[in-house]
Design a protein around this ligand. Structure first.
Ligand code: S3P
Length: 171
C-alpha cells in the first residue's frame, strides 16, 4: 500500500529536521516538526518549557501535538528524540505513519550536539557517558521502526533518497 505519512525518529542530532524538510519537498508532502509545533503552541522555546515547567509537562505537550497531527495525510513528521519512547505515542506512530529510524553512531551525534545550548537534556545528562546511556536505552524502541537507515556516513540528501527507495509513496 502506498505510504501516506512518514515519521522520522532518532536521537538528537541525527538530522531528522533537515532530512524531513528535504524528503517532504521531494515527495510533495507537507512537513511538520513536533518541537516547532510545541514552540508555536506554547509561545516558548523548548529550553524555556523545560526550565519553567519541567520535562513531564514537555512530554505531555509532545503527546498532544502528535494527536493533533495524526489524522493528516501526505505528511512528513520529524519527531523529538524522546517522543517515540512513550508507548501511547508509539501506538499512534505505528498505526498512522511509516516509521523511519535515522541511525547515526553515538560518537558522531555527540560531536554534533555536545556544544549546543538549545538542548535541555544535556543539563540532565551533562557527560558523554550519561547521554550515551540514554541513547542506548532508546535504541531498542527506535529499532522497532519500519525502516532503519544507517546514516552515519550519508548526507541529508542521501538519507532522503534512501528513504524514498525503501517505500512506495502516495505522491
Ligand atoms: C529531546 C530531543 C529534542 C527535543 C527535546 C527533548 C529528547 O528534539 O524534543 O529537547 O528527549 O531527546 P530533537 O531530537 O529534534 O533534537
Amino acid at each position: 500500500m502506498p505510504v501516506k505519512n512518514v515519521a522520522l525518529l532518532g536521537f538528537m542530532g541525527c538530522g531528522k529536521t533537515t532530512v524531513g524538510r528535504l524528503l517532504a519537498k521531494k515527495l510533495g508532502f507537507s512537513f511538520l516538526d513536533t518541537d516547532s509545533l510545541i514552540e508555536e503552541k506554547s509561545g516558548l522555546s523548548i529550553p524555556q518549557i523545560f526550565e519553567l515547567f519541567g520535562e513531564e509537562h514537555f512530554r505531555n505537550l509532545e503527546g498532544q501535538v502528535l494527536k493533533e497531527v495524526m489524522f493528516r495525510e501526505k505528511l512528513v513528521l520529524s519527531t523529538g528524540g524522546g517522543l517515540p519512547v512513550k508507548d501511547e505515542n508509539w501506538e499512534i506512530l505505528k498505526k498512522r505513519f511509516l516509521t523511519v529510524f535515522i541511525e547515526v553512531p553515538f560518537e558522531i551525534l555527540w560531536k554534533r550536539i555536545a556544544s549546543d545550548s538549545g538542548r535541555p537534556l544535556l543539563r540532565r545528562y551533562p557527560r558523554k557517558e550519561l547521554l550515551k546511556g540514554l541513547y542506548l536505552e532508546r535504541l531498542s524502541r527506535y529499532r522497532q521502526a519500519d525502516v532503519i537507515i544507517s546514516a552515519g556516513r550519508l548526507t541529508p540528501e542521501e538519507i532522503a533518497e534512501a528513504i524514498i527507495k525503501h517505500a512506495q509513496f502516495d505522491c
